[in-house]
Design a protein around this ligand. Structure first.
Ligand SMILES: *[C@@H]1O[C@H](CO)[C@@H](O)[C@H](O)[C@H]1NC(C)=O
Ligand SMILES: *[C@@H]1O[C@H](CO)[C@@H](O)[C@H](O)[C@H]1NC(C)=O
Length: 368
């Protein structure tokens, strides 16, 4: 009996102790990120909080979703409207992002832990703090790059551009439409005096809106040099000429080793960034706050959903029906092939993107 009591006491003591060890500390907790600087002008500004306990140790699991409070105000505008979101990354850190709907002079960011200032809070962004829609281009491209902490170079860009030692805009304006506009869709962009002009070629040019939005956002941030270029609006790269065969410079959302297209971030990504905390609910960063259950609790299964846009997908779904314990793959739609329910099962409803994080194994997908 005594032994049991002792054990119980010891147990209680130990759990108390382990709890006592991991108390978040306002002064030790670390805050950093580009969203604490005035001149990083992006659609949604962001920074990180790493919870540190009173003994100086990092938290590696969540201290609780509502541990920190973030207040953003402008002393010059009592009605400042800033939308703040705190995403619990479930590893002891938080991603804080905020979107402004107007520009303000001076912005005060306070991070609070039970009313105590955290880290070096309050952070003050001095001067004019511009919002995404502000038409406030920095005149100097070099200064803008420095403000944005752009790396000096990206090897991908260097490699793609190395093929084009010089560019002849007149030749491009003539040759690119002639070679490609019959079967493909392209945009000929001209930027002059920081205004964006466009001429479309080909039939299906709806996707230009993504490129337009991206360029307009950029011209609001920095004064661009006068420049002309072509953008391929299709899903596959176009320029098959070798480097030695005078290829045409074409910017694309895709590339391959045997084409010369200059690859840029795909429209899903640029849209996701431009509309973060605004029109889209599924932006790139929101994933960090929806990592699903802890690794041990994730379902040990591979998971796939999609439509029948490729024969391999039919095989995948058949494979899943034969091995339901390791693979959960099903169609949400049939479009290209005949839907034989005895082979592929019934159509299933779409799942939320975040549901993909409930499983442990690879999310298989096959694209063309
Ligand atoms: C604690 O977290 C910070 C922020 O992520 C990191 O820079 C630091 O290396 C971590 N410290 C340890 C001891 O892991
Ligand atoms: C493409 O080129 C890269 C770099 O030379 C190489 O690592 C990669 O294996 C190539 N991919 C294919 C599919 O040939």
């Amino acid at each position: 009996m005594l032994r049991k009591l002792l054990l119980l006491l010891l147990y209680a003591f130990m759990t108390r102790r382990s709890k006592a060890v991991s108390v978040p500390s306002a002064s030790q907790t670390v805050i950093w990120g580009l969203g604490l600087e005035t001149n990083i002008v992006v659609p949604a500004r962001f920074f990180y909080i790493q919870t540190v306990d009173t003994t100086g140790k990092n938290f590696t699991t969540s201290p609780g979703e509502a541990t920190f409070e973030v207040k953003i105000t402008s002393p010059t505008d009592p009605y400042a409207r800033v939308w703040v979101q705190i995403l619990d990354r479930n590893d002891g850190s938080f991603l804080v992002r905020y979107r402004m709907y107007a520009s303000y002079t001076d912005l005060h960011i306070q991070v609070l832990l039970e009313d105590k200032q955290v880290g070096k809070s309050p952070y003050v962004l001095r001067g004019a703090v511009y919002h995404e829609s502000c038409d406030c281009p920095e005149p100097s491209g070099a200064l803008w790059e420095k403000n944005m902490h752009c790396p000096a170079t990206f090897s991908q860009i260097d490699i793609d551009l190395s093929v084009f030692s010089s560019v002849d805009p007149d030749r491009n304006a003539h040759e690119i439409p002639q070679r490609f506009e019959k079967r493909h869709s392209l945009c000929h962009y001209t930027i002059k005096n920081n205004q964006v002009y466009i001429k479309t070629h080909g039939e299906h040019v709806g996707f230009r809106i993504f490129m337009d939005a991206f360029l307009l956002s950029l011209t609001r941030k920095v004064r661009l040099p006068d420049i002309e270029f072509f953008v391929n609006l299709g899903d596959w790269p176009l320029e098959k000429r070798r480097a030695s065969e005078n290829p045409s410079p074409i910017f694309s959302w895709c590339g391959s080793n045997d084409t010369q297209d200059i690859v840029m971030p795909t429209y899903d990504l640029t849209e996701s960034v431009l509309e973060t905390m605004d029109r889209v609910s599924l932006d790139m960063m929101s994933v960090q706050g929806h990592t699903g259950p802890a690794w041990e609790q994730k379902i040990s299964q591979a998971f796939w959903r999609g439509r029948d846009s490729r024969r391999e997908r039919l095989e995948l779904v058949k494979l899943a029906r034969a091995n339901p314990d390791v693979l959960d793959a099903a169609f949400t739609n049939f479009f290209f092939f005949k839907h034989d329910e005895s082979l592929y099962g019934p159509l299933v409803k779409h799942v939320s993107f975040f549901d993909f994080f409930k499983v442990r194994d690879v999310y298989i997908d096959i694209r063309d």
